[in-house]
Design a protein around this ligand. Structure first.
Ligand code: NAP
Length: 261
């Protein structure tokens, strides 16, 4: 963990004072950190500290919450951040909302870097739902052997479903209540098509549940499900604050160049 200033407020002589805060925890955030590092920008990445052994971006990193909107606003001011890039996951709705409010109150420009959502193709059998409770309802209605890929924090929503067996794929073990019939599969993407096909076949999965996270790292499960004619419950993304948004790292870097000129 590297904080950009010493307790007495003077700039650390080794790390340059960061001008850009990247709110991270995603592949895009790591790619942006690498691109900014290459281009010689001073930045710091922030992680929530949710997973035990996170993939770290290049460059300085701080880990842990800021303490809500006020905490983030104060952090931006005391570290003299000039631009915030919210590159968090499309389903990390709280930090995205907090970032919009804190940046506005601190008078710091905010840029949202968010990957595009997945779009169903002709072979896909999607059941789109607005949120996790609706996904649980969909499972109650149609699943018997379910691959659950919504992440550790959302498993509890499915805990009272007795009618299905769940293969729960997570990076770290869930701490919430679990459905009575389940197996935990600990793994971290990216996943390829052949191994996803094999996983679905071997476990006789008849329903896949996923958030519409987008991106290429975890998309293979959708292609494998389409090949096998398996229904996919897809949770739509939460609404976001109205801030300038780009979907790729190069666009983010180009906008940052303009903002920091
Ligand atoms: P969240 O519900 O939106 O945020 C909850 C709290 O966690 C925030 O209020 C903030 O605490 C802290 N937080 C979140 N992201 C942070 C960051 N990058 N740096 C510092 N503090 C952060 O977040 P979440 O859905 O739990 O996601 C946590 C992290 O995991 C994010 O960085 C996200 O990019 C990543 N992630 C999430 C998902 C997902 O499906 N949600 C999937 C993959 C990766 P304070 O209020 O104390 O500041």
């Amino acid at each position: 963990m590297t904080e950009p200033t010493e307790p007495n407020g003077r700039t650390d002589p080794i790390e340059p004072t960061p001008e850009i805060l990247i709110l991270g925890g995603t592949g895009e955030a790591r790619a942006l950190a690498a691109a900014l590092d290459d281009a010689g920008y001073s930045f710091i990445s922030s992680l929530a500290g949710r997973v035990g052994n996170p993939r770290l971006p290049v460059g300085p990193v701080r880990i842990g919450g800021f303490g809500g909107v006020d905490g983030l606003r104060e952090w931006l001011a005391s570290n003299r951040i000039r631009v915030v890039v919210d590159a968090t996951h499309p389903f990390a709705a709280t930090i995205t909302r907090n970032a919009a409010q804190a940046a506005a109150r601190a008078g710091v420009p905010l840029l949202r870097l968010r990957r595009d959502p997945w779009v169903p193709g002709e072979r896909d059998r999607w059941v789109r739902v607005p949120d996790l409770p609706a996904a649980a309802d969909a499972v109650r209605r149609r699943g018997t052997r379910v691959l659950l890929t919504t992440g550790r924090q959302d498993v509890g929503v499915f805990a009272d479903i007795h009618t299905a067996w769940f293969l729960i794929r997570v990076v770290d073990p869930p701490t919430s209540a679990l459905p009575p019939r389940h197996e935990i599969l600990r793994s971290r993407g990216p996943y390829d098509y052949a191994s996803e096909l094999e996983l679905l076949r071997r476990n006789e999965i008849d329903l896949l549940v996923t958030k519409n996270s987008g991106g290429s790292l975890t998309k293979a499960k959708l292609d494998a499900a389409a090949t096998l004619g398996i229904d996919v419950v897809v949770v739509d993304r939460p609404a976001e604050p109205d801030v300038p948004t780009v979907s790729d790292v190069e666009s983010a870097r180009a906008l940052l160049e303009g903002l920091l000129r």
